[in-house]
Design a protein around this ligand. Structure first.
Ligand code: CP
Length: 331
């Protein structure tokens, strides 16, 4: 008799727990944590829309103070697939009336939630809130700082493509608005943990000061940066963070750094094209490549986002070890 989906997931988990109660930065996660999240995500991906009972009786709030399509929808759908109750606060919340993020989070915590997912414009808010609430905080993007679940879904996509446990000997070329990118902030951290060789290519004004301290090699020629790369990762020009003021025109940027088929052909012949979304067609990536090109992994990234978020929500909400979050300072 074949195992039920529930049995299969329980077997894949093998009584393991994450070493953390909150996920606010990739720095928080060990190599073992990352592979635990991936082992379970791969099994959840196999069952896609199957409704698991694992988190029945648990609640989660999406506190999105900044716009989102992919991250908000996938956290909400993932929680529902695990039988969680969910609520959304954010752009319509009482923060607009002057309530602080801390008071908002403590109000949510009084509902005895398992998880609060936070997206906001300011770096460091999720890490700060994690010290004051009993619920697990997941950072869904804080300012220009980090977006750890994006990096997890990206790394899962890359490891599945390379059929490996780490990225030793693999070249990942990241192109675009690195300065304003929280996606870069988490991606570079996870790629370092997985031993990848990391190249970045961007106009000088899109490179943060001392970016090489992350262990990356900087290129001003996108063609040189792409030569032989196994992964081509394009970032969005973030006009909402003032990026247009750092380049002469979007048209010139697209001509110099936009990913076309001719540029993609400079990379390894099996290279994957990735982008976190939302894509700005014909600026970051030429339109024809976005969804339909066989090398584009952009929709695979979206699919892996559901699997990774289900994995995290199960692991954070249902611990095998009965310890609870320690050191929470109630104000
Ligand atoms: N990649 C990402 O965070 O997309 P959304 O802004 O749509 O959530």
């Amino acid at each position: 008799m074949s195992p039920t989906p529930e049995d299969d997931l329980i077997s894949a988990r093998a009584n393991r727990d994450l070493s953390v109660f909150d996920v606010t930065s990739i720095d928080d996660l060990s190599f073992a944590d990352i592979h635990l999240i991936f082992d379970i995500a791969r099994r959840f991906r196999h069952y896609q829309t199957y409704k698991f009972p694992f988190n029945k009786g648990c609640s989660m709030v999406n506190a999105f103070f900044e716009n989102s399509t992919r991250t908000l929808a996938s956290f909400d759908l993932s929680a529902k697939n695990l039988s969680m109750d969910t609520s959304n606060v954010g752009s319509s919340s009482s923060v607009k009336k002057g309530e602080s993020y801390l008071d908002t989070a403590m109000t949510m915590d009084a509902y005895n939630l398992k998880v609060i997912v936070v997206r906001c414009q300011e770096a460091g808010v999720p890490e700060f809130l994690a010290r004051h609430v009993k619920a697990s905080i997941i950072n869904a993007g804080d300012g220009w700082h980090e977006h750890p679940t994006q990096a997890l879904l990206d790394a899962l996509t890359i490891l599945d493509h390379t059929h490996s446990q780490d990225l030793n000997g693999k070249i990942v070329t990241i192109i675009g608005d690195i300065l304003h990118s929280r996606v870069f902030g988490s991606l570079v951290r996870i790629l370092k943990k997985l031993n990848a060789t990391i190249r970045v290519a961007a106009p000088e004004t899109f490179l943060p000061a001392h970016v090489e301290n992350f262990g990356v090699t900087c290129f001003h020629s996108v063609e040189q940066a792409l030569d032989g790369a196994h992964i081509v990762y394009a970032l969005r020009v973030q006009e909402e963070r003032g990026a247009a003021g750092f380049i002469p025109t979007l048209r010139e940027y697209s001509k110099m750094f936009g990913i076309s088929k001719a540029r993609l052909n400079l990379a390894d012949k099996n290279a994957l094209l990735m982008h976190p979304g939302p894509v700005r067609r014909d600026i970051d990536v030429h339109s024809a490549l976005v969804a339909l090109d066989p090398q584009s992994a952009i929709l695979t990234q979206v699919e892996n986002g559901m699997a990774v978020r289900k994995s995290l929500l199960w692991l954070l909400s249902q611990r095998q070890d009965p310890r609870t979050k320690q050191g929470v300072q109630r104000r």
